[in-house]
Design a protein around this ligand. Structure first.
Ligand code: MF3
Ligand code: CO
Length: 253
């Protein structure tokens, strides 16, 4: 069942969203050559705790960390560890924070030092595909209008959208109905109503859409070894423009 949030619940989600967005900023600032992915996890964990919140991902279905760090051909769900970031890597970070009974969820891909113009294009197209989806994230449209807008933009730039993982409703639980795919036919899927809160999260491969799952049970990579990018925000459907609850400009630090 898709839950519509009350004004009080929306305020709580704004609070969770602000902390989540700020946690993404903490992770983003750490994307530098020589930093280990574990160091990013530790900083995100400590930041979220310092805000009185709980990392949404930690222990979620057994996930062992507070952040997903996915490098180069890793698309999503990379587990932080000893890996040392190198100049030229592109690094996706995905964070969630839980406070006051509600979750926020957001992600972004960032360059480590100087990266190729090709990789910057992948990052920019992925980010812009979210904003293309946002244009139709309005009452009167359907979920798959967002899906279609994301897919059309990504594919017009010669990239592919991942099919096996999708965006989602979010609220008291990190994953709620409806699913928000990054591909689909316009006019399909549930109708958008004010009070819906959803995480829109394009996962974009530079090459083909095919993925492989690593034996660690989490990391998802591109099958062709080409790079991938991810961009996600938690948004609120209103009677006018959607509100981004995980404002990318947010920084509490
Ligand atoms: N942002 C991811 C999602 O929307 C959550 C990471 S999965 C976890 O599904 F297990 F690491 F929490
Ligand atoms: Co998500």
């Amino acid at each position: 069942m898709i839950t519509l949030k009350s004004n009080r619940e929306i305020d709580l989600m704004r609070r969770a969203g602000k902390i989540t967005a700020a946690a993404r900023a903490v992770a983003r600032e750490m994307v530098k050559p020589g930093v280990t992915t574990h160091q990013i996890d530790k900083a995100v964990f400590e930041f979220i705790k310092s805000q009185g919140a709980t990392p949404s991902f930690l222990n979620y279905n057994g996930y062992p960390a507070s952040v997903c760090v996915s490098v180069n051909d890793e698309i999503i769900h990379g587990i932080p560890g000893k890996r040392v970031l190198q100049e030229g890597d592109i690094v996706s970070v995905d964070v969630g924070a839980y406070i006051g009974g509600f979750h926020g969820d957001c992600a972004g891909t960032y360059p480590c030092g100087r990266v190729s113009e090709e990789d910057m294009d992948l990052i920019r197209v992925t980010q812009q595909s979210f904003f293309e989806g946002l244009k139709v994230a309005r009452e009167g449209y359907h979920i798959k209008d967002i899906s279609h807008a994301v897919q059309t933009y990504v594919e017009s730039h010669g990239y592919s959208v991942v099919r096996e993982y999708v965006g989602h409703g979010i609220g008291r639980m990190m994953h709620e109905p409806p699913e928000v795919p990054n591909f689909g036919e316009p006019g399909h899927g549930p109708r958008l109503l004010r009070g819906m809160t959803i995480a829109v999260e394009p996962m974009v491969n530079a090459g083909t859409a095919s993925i492989i799952q690593l034996r660690d049970g989490w990391t998802v990579k591109t099958a062709d070894g080409k790079k991938a990018a991810h961009y996600e925000n938690t948004i609120l459907i209103t009677d006018a423009d959607p509100e981004i609850l995980t404002d990318p400009e947010e920084s509490l630090v």
